[in-house]
Design a protein. Structure first.
Length: 423
């Protein structure tokens, strides 16, 4: 986990800064950089279909070729458009991570310990981001061309991590045997399956609706961040890395395991409701920040809240999937909806900023989104058949609630299991 998460950290956090500070990207060019990864998550359901047609080992190798090779090629960029092309290509590949990640979590760990294990796995994930961002920030501040060295190195480290995962995935299993191809008609199968799943599993649908609202606020903050720290706060690579990205990850690191225990006890819906409400302070903090200290305070709020969101982001769909074979599908549906909110709400955030000429307008909208998402999650947590473990009353219409009953026991087990956005 330490090795495979270095490249995504740089793609998400450092490459947009390189675009602005090295290649002079404007606001909308910055939007293209930050929107690339979340928008590419739209392809996650198709990656899930790829996983269904090959072994986990072969899939991991294909994933690395698409996700890491473009990161290495970005080292040769001599213009913004070259860098953007590599960013887009790498983002398409990284959309393939969620299905295999969920599959391995289900395969390697039992339901009883998965929440705590996921909390423990967040530690190397977070540490890799801290190390990568500190090194990259300091190195780029000293030498603006340093990305030509560390980007290929991170691609090689990524390959080392994928090699370990290929070993952990074990030998080819019966369920790893590829499904037969169905021609061009099969291209629409993932989309149709996603629609059918959301229509049948109403608990999962409401869970995704709350995450969609949260994601709107997240994406607005995400697209404004590179512009805010460079134009409003006039900060360089090293200052941004230390005051924001590293603070976020250290806060996540401190609370990752305690949040896993909290989710085990409260269930994901009520835990997400609490952290979504707390997260409303983040855009307010960004708007009030006047320098590195203010940015660090806002980042600490964001990181501590995201420690809880990360559990809900990944393990909710893992537990809600009715069978182990459908875990990749549920996780990929969740990731695909990240892409939908990325392409819509990052554009909304940048549009609000350019029209109003002020950061506070989109940031207030983001805060309201977090508050409303908290309300949605809280209502979901109180519904019979959700992760509060309360049985549904027998008088309900079975045609409407049968899908919820079908997942109720699995969802209730999240009291001992733990799903962002990632935004």
């Amino acid at each position: 986990m330490f090795l495979v998460t270095i490249s995504p950290a740089l793609v998400m956090m450092i490459n947009p800064l390189i675009a602005r500070l090295r290649f002079g990207a404007g606001e909308w060019q910055s939007f293209l950089m930050t929107a690339a990864l979340p928008t590419s998550m739209l392809l996650s359901v198709f990656w899930s279909e790829v996983l269904a047609r090959m072994s986990a080992r072969r899939y991991l190798l294909v994933y690395w070729l698409f996700a890491a090779a473009p990161v290495a090629l970005a080292a040769a960029a001599h213009s913004f458009w070259h860098l953007l092309a590599c960013q887009l290509a790498a983002s398409v590949g990284m959309a393939g991570w969620a299905p295999i990640h969920g599959t391995l979590l289900k395969r390697l760990y039992t339901d009883r310990v998965r929440g705590r294990v996921h909390g423990a796995l967040i530690v190397p994930n977070t540490l890799s981001g801290v190390v990568a961002l500190l090194v990259a920030g300091a190195w780029l501040t000293a030498d603006g061309e340093a990305f030509r060295i560390f980007l290929p190195v991170t691609a090689l480290l990524h390959f080392a991590g994928v090699t370990v995962l290929m070993w952990l995935a074990g030998p080819k299993r019966e369920k790893d045997r590829p499904r037969p191809h169905e021609g061009l008609r099969s291209l629409m199968t993932p989309v149709l399956n996603m629609r059918r799943t959301l229509a049948e599993d109403r608990a999962f649908y409401r869970y995704e609706a709350a995450f969609m609202t949260y994601g709107a606020g997240f994406m607005i903050c995400e697209v404004l961040f590179p512009v805010l720290v460079t134009d409003k706060l006039n900060m360089n690579y090293d200052e941004v890395a230390k005051s924001a990205h590293v603070v976020v990850r250290l806060s996540m690191l401190a609370l990752a395991f305690p949040m896993g225990i909290l989710v085990d006890r409260l269930g994901p819906s009520r835990t997400c409701a609490a952290v979504f409400l707390y997260l409303a302070l983040y855009p307010i903090g960004l708007g009030l920040a006047a320098g590195p200290v203010g940015l660090a305070v806002a980042s600490a709020i964001f990181g501590s809240a995201m420690a809880g969101v990360m559990h809900g982001w990944m393990l909710g769909p893992v537990a809600m999937a009715p069978t182990a074979e459908r875990v990749a599908q549920y996780v990929s549906i969740h990731s695909t909806l990240v892409g939908l909110r990325g392409i819509v709400f990052q554009g909304v955030g940048m549009l609000l900023y350019t029209v109003s000429g002020a950061f506070y307008v989109p940031l207030i909208v983001a805060a309201l989104c977090f508050v409303w998402a908290a309300r949605q999650m809280w209502r979901l947590g109180r519904r019979p058949g959700s992760d509060n473990g309360v049985p549904a009353p027998p008088s309900v219409d079975p045609r409407e609630h049968a899908p919820v009953h079908g997942t109720r026991d699995l969802v209730a087990r999240q009291s001992s299991v733990t799903l962002y956005s990632s935004g």
